[in-house]
Design a protein around this ligand. Structure first.
Ligand code: ADP
Ligand code: MG
Length: 147
């Protein structure tokens, strides 16, 4: 068990459904903490670069169009085994195959519009976090109560 960070994106379909809070709540209930967040509309260029690993896949252009179709909510999540845990909470890429209780089972409509993105390895998490956030924008979740 090691503390780690991963990148999560609430995709345009889930933002449109107004379930950003319900999605964050699932992470929080599973002991993942938000350490950075922003809402943006991705440019064509950003979406293409972010999903460059898929550029030879037949769905690449549709994926880029979908990801730029409306705002997304991007977060860095921190916790024990954050990469794997996030993938479990998200569920399978195709919502038809996603387990009960997962985000994709409950909020995704199709394999294209599947509610969330999550990094698939620690190595990719580091690359994806650096793609969207400066190191200084990642918070340390310390708390000193004011009496
Ligand atoms: P995941 O998001 O679960 O890591 P992938 O990395 O394989 O899945 O794919 C990236 C995204 O591309 C998926 O989340 C989905 O939006 C889209 N995608 C993947 N496979 C398909 C497909 N067969 N048809 C359409 N879109 C797809
Ligand atoms: Mg992936």
């Amino acid at each position: 068990m090691t503390m780690m960070r991963t990148l999560s994106i609430v995709k345009p379909d889930a933002v449109h459904k107004n379930v950003i809070g319900q999605i964050i709540s699932r992470f929080e209930k599973n002991n993942l903490q938000v350490v950075a967040a922003k809402m943006v509309t991705l440019s064509e260029r950003e979406a293409k670069e972010f999903y460059e690993v898929h550029k030879e896949r037949p769905f690449y252009q549709d994926l880029v169009s979908f990801m730029t179709s409306g705002p997304v909510f991007i977060m860095v999540l921190e916790g024990e085994n954050a990469v794997e845990k996030n993938r479990e909470i998200m569920g399978a890429t195709d919502p038809k195959k996603a387990a009960d209780g997962t985000i994709r089972k409950d909020f995704a409509d199709s394999i294209d519009a599947n509610a969330v993105h999550g990094s698939d390895s620690l190595e990719n998490a580091k690359i994806e976090i650096a793609f969207f956030f400066d190191a200084k924008d990642l918070q340390t979740r310390t708390y000193a109560s004011c009496r």
